[in-house]
Design a protein around this ligand. Structure first.
Ligand code: G6P
Length: 614
């Protein structure tokens, strides 16, 4: 995940920028750079690889500017190299960026037509040229940024430095985090409070869509509509802990909100976004063509990620998948024919049942691939190959960001499998990858439903039981929604395949029973009438007085909102990626219900983050 820092200081800032970047090293990176103003002119030093390479450059050719921006880059568009490293610059402006600019291709074409010369393969460089273009039309830096920001599509954070402007930095956030640090006659920008901890513990966090004009005197924040807004100035304890809650009340809330960024980071690891294809950075020690069957096992939330993957593997890689919770799998004595694939999914990489199943699969001569969030964990160490989820440390016991990163990783693996098996065309792969590139933005959009979800959670606290329904890949989401709710609010909840409603749970439905229906309008399954069948199930619930909360998209809302008490309308996204985007409202619903109940959200009773006993 890229790291951003900006300093308006009194002394030369290059050294401080590098110090702050060192504190962002934990996010992972492959190149780094800084830019400052030397007698008003933009000057950069950049280097591929570790920060010591950048320090070497600065030793050979020091920078003396007292204002500057710095960056650690995790490659998305374009390989790790000095020319792709940030800051990207024109003669007027330098910019550092975290996230994805989805429409960079069309912007680059337009800018090239009007004479802009590009020096890198990155999506970021279009931002530099776009703002420069506005400035050439006579706009001042603030107006130029204001004009450029609405033209950028994606989830991102940016920091700008301008030639000749010794007292101005501009920061902007849409999806990816950005914090403003307040010092004594000095001001700072950073991806998180951790980067700024050596300089200040006084922080204001930008909200989604905000952009900030920072001078040594202070900060003026505007929201996405351009209105000047106040953002609280808080004391951070980031200097004491590497992981802090930012401006969130709970780690779980922070982790839910980190998802645009960490999912983007995970996708960047497995996709070549510029080529619009999957590009796994590791060599798989088996040939998918020779795999006849995949066995997935995991526990809890990770198991539901595996269940979604079953649908994907069967559909896009035409591979039969068997899946079970790890505690059952290992005692079932399931027959394995040697040389097939056993796939394990785990946030901690330490879950005892998952580990025991992994060892059993190894004895059965399976190829062992694991999707884990902790790369140094036992499961990672004992696997033949590891696909890390790059969610960062997950502290809240109820898993959120690890789940969506697991899904992102598993979809990339599925596509690689489909391609290797010759069952997924280049065009289908491209369409899937395009849909995935848009996911971080769609997650940001889904997060905007939070006030509506918070309001409806005030009713949910009164429920004794809640039913979650879904079909297809929305079925595992229904299971995950129910699990999240019971884990942290202690309200009994069940997830069911919508088609099974008639075979039991319908008996429970009365006017006290909220029923959460997860139902994206699945265009691809339209001909089988999948959505219509879910609508029939909703009718069965409504006829018995059940209170429906429908989670859908604009098409689905048009067809079925009349049956529901509340409808959460998510953006219209490609059907395949709906499980990643639809995870957000079910997480938020559980979170706000628990907050309203007054439970210990981050450490719910009786539960453990890492279950190392059987
Ligand atoms: C515990 C946690 C869950 C998690 C499950 C599996 O129950 O509370 O959030 O999904 O373990 O953990 P793992 O680390 O293997 O993903």
């Amino acid at each position: 995940m890229c790291g951003i820092v900006g300093i308006l200081g009194h002394e030369p800032v290059a050294g401080q920028l590098v110090d702050a970047l060192k504190r962002l090293e934990y996010r992972g990176y492959d190149s780094a750079g800084v830019a400052t103003l030397e007698a008003g002119a933009l000057t950069r030093r950049r280097a591929e690889g570790k920060l010591r390479n950048l320090e070497g450059r600065l030793r050979d050719a020091p920078l003396s500017g007292t204002i500057g921006i710095g960056h650690t880059r995790w490659a998305t568009h374009g390989k790790p190299s000095e020319s792709n490293a940030h800051p990207h610059a024109t003669d007027r402006i330098a910019v550092v960026h975290n996230g994805i600019i989805e429409n960079f291709r069309e912007l680059r074409e337009q800018l090239e037509k009007s004479g802009a010369k590009f020096a890198s393969e990155t999506d970021t460089e279009v931002v530099a040229h776009l703002v420069t273009d506005e400035m050439k039309k006579g706009k001042n830096p603030v107006d130029a940024v204001a004009a450029a920001l609405p033209r950028l599509r994606g989830a991102f954070a940016l920091a700008f430095l301008f030639a000749g402007e010794e007292d101005l930095l501009i920061g902007a956030r849409k999806g990816s985090p950005l914090a403003v640090g307040h010092g004594d006659g000095e001001m700072f920008l950073g991806s998180d409070a951790i980067a700024l901890a050596p300089f200040t513990d006084t922080i204001s966090y930008l909200e989604d869509g905000d952009w900030a004009v920072v001078t040594r005197k202070g900060v003026q924040v505007r929201d996405a509509t351009g209105k000047i807004v106040e953002r609280a100035v808080l004391k951070s304890n980031a200097s004491a802990f590497l992981v802090d809650k930012g401006n969130h009340r709970h780690f779980m809330a922070k982790e839910i909100h980190e998802q645009p960024e960490v999912v983007g980071h995970t996708l960047a690891h497995y996709l070549d976004m510029a080529a619009e294809r999957v590009s796994l950075p590791m060599t798989l020690p088996f040939d998918f063509k020779k795999i006849e069957r995949v066995a997935i096992s995991a526990c809890g939330t990770a198991y539901y990620a595996g269940l979604v993957a079953k649908y994907w593997f069967e559909r896009f890689a035409r591979l039969p998948v068997e899946i079970d919770v790890a505690s059952e799998f290992r005692y079932r004595e399931a027959p394995f024919s040697p040389g097939n694939l056993a796939l394990f999914v785990s946030q901690s990489g330490e879950t005892a049942d998952t580990l025991a199943t992994l060892r059993y699969a190894k004895e059965q001569k399976q190829h062992v691939l694991s999707v884990v969030n902790v790369p140094t964990s036992t499961i990672a160490r004992e696997s033949d190959v590891v696909m890390p989820t790059l969610a960062g440390p997950e502290i809240g016991v109820a898993s959120t960001k690890a789940f969506t990163c697991q899904l992102a990783t598993l979809l990339c693996l599925t596509i690689a499998a489909g391609r290797a098996r010759g069952v997924l065309s280049t065009e289908d792969e491209r369409n899937l990858v395009r849909a995935m590139i848009e996911v971080p933005r769609h997650i940001s959009e889904a997060l905007r439903l939070e006030p509506q979800i918070e309001a409806l959670s005030r009713d949910l606290v009164k429920a004794k039981d809640v039913l979650y329904l879904g079909r297809g890949t929305a079925y595992p989401l229904a299971l995950e929604g129910a699990l999240k709710l019971k884990e942290i609010s202690y309200i009994h909840a069940e997830g069911y395949a919508a088609g099974e409603l008639k075979h039991g749970p319908i008996a429970l439905i009365d006017e006290n029973m909220p029923v959460v229906v997860v139902a994206p309008f699945d265009k691809s399954a339209r001909r089988e009438g999948v959505f219509e069948k879910t609508v029939s199930n909703m009718q069965e619930v409504a006829a018995r007085g059940g209170k429906i909360i429908l989670i859908t998209d604009p098409h689905g809302a048009k067809e079925a909102a009349a049956l529901s008490l509340s409808t959460l309308v998510l953006p219209d996204v490609a059907t395949t990626v709906t499980p990643i985007v639809y995870a957000i409202p079910v997480q938020l619903m559980a979170y706000h219900t628990a907050v309203n109940m007054g439970t210990d959200v981050d450490q719910p009773r009786n539960l453990a983050k890492s279950v190392t006993v059987e």
